[in-house]
Design a protein around this ligand. Sequence first.
Ligand code: UTP
Length: 289
Amino acid sequence: MSKKIRKAVIPVAGLGTRFLPYTKAIPKEMLPIIDVPSIHIIIEEALAAGIDSVLFVTTREKHSLQDYFDKHHQLENIIEKEDKKELREQLDRIPHNFKIYSVRQIEARGLGDAIYHAKDYINPDEHFAVFLPDDLIISKVPVMKQMVKVYDEFKRTVVAVERVPKNKVSSYGIIKAKKIRERIYAAEDMQEKPPLKEAFSNLGIVGRYILPGTIFENIAKTKPGVKGEIQITDAIKMLTPGVIGYEFEGLRCDTGNKFGYIQTVLRYAAMDKNMKGDLKKEVKKLFNL
Ligand code: UTP
């Protein structure tokens, strides 16, 4: 199983309840990070890692995600007829050089079940990338690219991990970690959302995985776990101790909750040279700093 990683699975079939009522009609993956939806940033990360084919595990009301990456004929006509360079430049920012597939998860039965829907898309002898689009990670080297490098060396399942605060341990999948070297751990075991006093460590799994094509056999054997959902951590646990926990380089932004989303937008705005100065002034004014 040492083929190049070319395929990504992106589960987007969750209900997004933390963003209701917005998510009643619009997917949270379409929330704007200034002027691009968060899924745009995820796809850029995937392409930077060498991925050229993406499967969205999707659901009702999520067609805007695929529409975003599709050509908009009316706009294309206007640009062509009226030679609108500025519009062309903006549209050309959207990544196009990858194939998009989709499959529907009819009922949100958990992340493990969502990933199981990729069974016919992935060959049993290939590894594939999984992106949870809530997690945007600001980094010099895109995080999936960092993980592919680790995969190329170890040829094993890789899960992205970071040190999480103690009061958040029970919200994450946690690994029992034996350090191999800086940033790289052998995950000897794992647990989903353990109470703090039972947790193996504070190394929490975040939204990037490189999984083997055989994971579907494990998911099929996985019983509903925490919250009655099929948990991907429980399926990956069956692969331990042959799993690598990779402590990535980068700043993770959790856009899946309201404060995290605002924080993410501010972080991206602070990196934007056209906005940085005004943002700083505005924040000072707002908080009388
Ligand atoms: P979350 O646990 O964040 O759930 O899912 P959610 O539905 O997106 O949001 P809240 O908690 O209700 O606000 C993590 C990722 O897994 C996907 C989600 O779309 C998200 O990308 N997911 C989750 C599915 O695709 N299907 C599921 O059954 C559950």
